[in-house]
Write a protein that binds this ligand. Structure first.
Ligand SMILES: C[S@@+](CC[C@H](N)C(=O)[O-])C[C@H]1O[C@@H](n2cnc3c(N)ncnc32)[C@H](O)[C@@H]1O
Length: 346
């Protein structure tokens, strides 16, 4: 099944929404900011366009969207000030799958434009922000129109679910998808243009390592507890395949080399707490398991709902939070994240 038919982050601003439950992803954006800053400053050393094309791929909705864009624009404006140059015209493209809550983003644009005007005054180049619905596993933008591409917490989603009976299917699907991603961007990014991509990964070359998929394993345990009570059919669990793949550094480097359009500038890795750490807004009132459950629910509920039906969702995520609490009481598991900075060849 194609992912674009079933995947969207939970919409709106309610208790289970992505907007209210994306602190882990916001922390990832903060941790990768120095890499983003370095890539943009290096881009501006060799290429100072009058009109700069910036894309955020898999932008989703909620507060992270415009905070990323604002960070990128601040870095560029700071450099312009330092050099005594006028700021360029900003063309900002926000991409996600068509079922993303683009209306949420569009609704917050007037306030964002007003803030830009207040903070930057008349010397600020015009800024045009648009939504681009579609899969990043394919062409999205006109040729050579982008200077900087950002993507956070999105590229571990594959384009489709793989048949479970083929052991290597996930790894092959990742290779196919990532290569198509690079090929598509290679046509859209100008020579010397840069991409900073961060996503879930794994240290080991073995794709079945716990590190890459243990949260899915615990979700499967929650589902199996419902099978035992006759609330979910076992075949339904067996036929659910998450279109998710956490690659290892060797796989990434090998695909980039094979595709041939980009050079790796940096590839770093870092760990991040499953529950977002202590700075999360509801850290005091919810258990770690409840926080992990809310974060994961905001991301995967649309997919689970289309397979298992809406009615089991509250029960499932309640069970999942207890299983995660039990797991975290014994071991402090963390996500392994990678951040990749690559440059388009001339
Ligand atoms: C966990 S969210 C991350 C959102 C945001 N970048 C952040 O850091 O908060 C992942 C996003 O990737 C999007 N996504 C997944 N596969 C995609 C694809 N093939 N093309 C475009 N967007 C995709 C999902 O719809 C989702 O909104």
């Amino acid at each position: 099944m194609e992912v674009l038919q079933v995947l969207h982050m939970n919409k709106g601003a309610g208790e289970t929404s992505y907007a209210q439950n994306s602190t882990v992803q916001s922390n990832i954006i903060s941790i990768t900011k120095p890499t983003t800053e370095e890539a943009i400053l290096q881009l501006l050393c060799t290429n100072f366009p009058e009109s700069i094309g910036i894309a955020d791929l898999g932008c989703s909705c909620g507060p992270n969207v415009l905070s990323v864009i604002s960070e990128i624009m601040d870095i560029i404006c700071g450099k312009c000030k330092h050099l005594g140059r006028p700021t360029p015209e900003f063309r900002v493209y926000l991409n996600d799958l068509p079922s993303n809550d683009f209306n949420d983003i569009f609704g917050s644009l007037p306030a964002f434009y007003n803030k830009l005007k207040e903070e930057n005054g008349n010397g600020f180049g015009p800024c045009f922000i648009s939504g681009v619905p579609g899969s990043f596993y394919g062409r999205l933008f006109p040729g050579k129109s982008l200077h900087f591409v950002h993507s956070s917490s999105s590229l571990h989603w594959l384009s489709q679910t793989s048949p479970p009976w083929v052991l290597d299917a996930y790894s092959l699907q990742f290779q196919k998808d990532f290569s198509l991603f690079l090929k598509s961007r290679s046509e859209e990014v100008v020579p010397g243009g840069r991409m900073v991509l961060s996503f879930m990964g794994r240290r080991s070359t073995d794709p079945t390592t716990e590190e890459s998929c243990y949260h899915w394993e615990l979700l499967a345990q929650a589902l199996m507890s419902m099978v035992l009570e006759g609330l979910v059919e076992e075949e339904k669990v067996d036929s659910f395949n998450a279109p998710y793949y956490a690659p290892c550094p060797e796989e990434l480097k090998s695909e980039i080399q094979k595709e041939g359009s980009f050079i790796v500038d940096r590839l770093d890795a870092f760990e991040i707490d499953w529950d977002g750490g202590d700075n999360i807004c509801n850290a005091g009132t919810l258990s770690s398991g409840q926080r992990v459950s809310k974060t994961i629910r905001a991301v995967v509920e649309s997919m689970l709902e289309s397979h298992f039906g809406r009615v089991i969702m509250d029960d499932l995520f309640q069970r999942f939070s207890m299983i995660v609490d039990d797991h975290l009481s014994r071991t402090r598991t963390k996500y392994f994240n990678m951040v990749l900075s690559i440059v388009k060849k001339d």
